[in-house]
Design a protein around this ligand. Structure first.
Ligand code: HEM
Ligand SMILES: *[C@@H]1O[C@H](CO)[C@@H](O)[C@H](O)[C@H]1NC(C)=O
Ligand SMILES: *[C@@H]1O[C@H](CO)[C@@H](O)[C@H](O)[C@H]1NC(C)=O
Ligand SMILES: *[C@@H]1O[C@H](CO)[C@@H](O)[C@H](O)[C@H]1NC(C)=O
Length: 403
């Protein structure tokens, strides 16, 4: 036990730092929650005019629900956001516009901007739009809408703007500074937006990193480490113990890193609706951390409570592995990677499952045979300080003798 103590302390310090840094981390889209529990999968802090775009893209039917948010909007200004199929410019923008109308209501509508002398008249856009609505609360304006995107606009130019009102008519905006830079690209499918944007430009890369770290650690290393403990014990003692510790410790370290990227992703898009994936992730992290702490409280092999500790260690361990596999598939549903990745992981699971099917009866066979010969159930009883010992508790099979 002593020999593993200092790496363990280092491990706790590392995970504590990771957890703290991801709780602290904030980006431009953070901490915004919409009323009525409306939630969006992605968010981008737009690179000009202090505005934000939140959206959820529904791939199957090609619709995207958006919220364009502009803090610091007065009741005498208009705001607008749109997509421009004709180029990175104002002219041709299929816009959503909102302002406070003569009855004092903040009202949103669609306006196809044809030229630079527009007065933002109402009109339908080149693609269908539903659910157009707007709110102005404490000086923060938001336009909501659902766009039925033609395929050429899944990746598009986005343009946004704000300007003054005069007698109920939108007037020309400033034509300098931020007001001339409020143009960017957006890829609704991959969650990437705007060159130079402070928000989600590298979001897809972060998501992939999160997926790979978690699939490798929780999905492969930890189950393999558990299998080593269970199936190598009868052949190689105490090598299995070092392998088990090596796999579980590296799995845990990588897993905590993956977990931290997940928490960070979640914080970056508040109101995101992947609550099951998130809750499972937090439960898995908690169980795994308990599992590592439990090592420090492990009774000596011949201690009478060692049997209960083993039962506890196995129960939490297997639960964590099962929850991890479930959560990895939930993650696949969210990330929606190419099918080959999902199949690659299924392939690994099938391989591990096949190992279990072969090794489980084999291990039982060896254990029972050794028992019936009156020997110990592990390979080298006299030098073995990691297993349950000669006089150990009632050994009912490979399950109940573990370090
Ligand atoms: C009251 C209605 C509007 C008027 C009269 C107006 C007028 C103009 C004019 C004259 C310019 C050219 C400035 C120059 O080249 O020096 C311009 C540029 C621009 N406008 Fe507007 N605009 C209006 C609404 C909008 C809306 C609704 C948007 C966005 C949805 C927008 C986005 C832009 C952008 C990004 C530029 C700079 C890029 C470009 O020249 O195309 N404008 N606007
Ligand atoms: C598109 O799919 C989303 C989510 O499945 C659904 O909420 C929405 O009503 C659908 N819209 C259309 C136009 O079919
Ligand atoms: C102002 O906007 C509200 C909300 O959209 C609408 O019901 C009302 O008719 C508008 N008033 C005028 C004068 O356009
Ligand atoms: C096993 O039992 C024997 C006799 O009861 C005792 O001398 C020996 O120390 C025990 N060994 C362990 C590892 O508990």
């Amino acid at each position: 036990m002593d020999r593993t103590k200092s790496p363990k302390l280092a491990l706790f310090a590392l995970s504590a730092i990771l957890v703290l840094s991801c709780v602290k981390a904030q980006s431009g889209c953070d901490s915004h929650r919409f009323a009525n529990n409306i939630a969006f999968a992605d968010c981008s802090a737009l690179p000009a005019l202090g505005s934000f775009l939140h959206w959820t893209y529904n791939e199957p039917n090609g619709t995207v629900s958006i919220a364009f948010r502009h803090p610091a909007t007065s009741s005498s200004s208009w705001i607008a956001w749109g997509l421009n199929p004709s180029g990175p410019q104002m002219s041709g923008t299929q816009s959503l516009v909102a302002f406070t109308n003569s009855s004092g209501q903040f009202q949103a509508y669609t306006s196809p901007v044809i030229g630079y002398s527009t007065q933002l008249e109402r009109g339908s856009l080149s693609f269908p739009v539903t659910g157009v609505a707007a709110t102005l609360v404490n000086g923060e304006a938001t336009i909501f809408a659902t766009l039925e995107l033609p395929s050429n606009l899944v990746t598009a130019n986005q343009v946004w703007q704000m300007g003054p009102m005069s007698n109920g008519v939108p007037m020309r905006h400033l034509t300098s500074g931020d007001n001339m830079r409020s143009i960017g690209r957006i890829d609704f499918r991959s969650g990437q937006s705007s060159a130079g944007g402070g928000g989600s430009g590298d979001r897809q890369r972060k998501r992939n990193t999160h997926g790979i770290l978690n699939a490798v650690s929780w999905g492969v290393l930890l189950p393999m480490g558990a299998m080593m403990a269970r199936y190598m014990k009868v052949f190689t003692d105490p090598t299995w113990f070092y392998l088990h510790i090596a796999f579980q410790v590296s799995g845990y370290v990588i897993g905590v890193a993956g977990w931290a990227t997940g928490i960070k992703l979640g914080n970056d898009s508040p109101g995101t609706s992947y609550s099951t994936h998130r809750s499972l992730g937090i439960a898995i992290f908690t169980f795994a951390t308990l599992q590592v702490f439990a090592l420090l409280l492990r009774p000596k092999p011949d201690h009478k409570y060692r049997f209960y500790w083993n039962v506890y260690h196995h129960t939490v361990g297997y639960t964590t592995i099962i929850l991890s596999i479930i959560n990895i598939f939930k993650g696949f549903d969210i990330l929606d990677p190419e099918d080959k990745w999902r199949w690659a992981y299924i392939g690994i699971l099938i391989f591990l499952g096949a190992c279990v099917v072969i090794l489980e009866p084999l291990t039982w066979f060896i254990v029972l045979r050794r028992k019936s010969r009156g020997g110990n159930t592990v390979a080298a009883p006299t030098t073995n300080k990691y297993s349950n010992g000669v006089n150990g508790t009632t050994t009912t099979g490979p399950h109940h003798q573990d370090a």
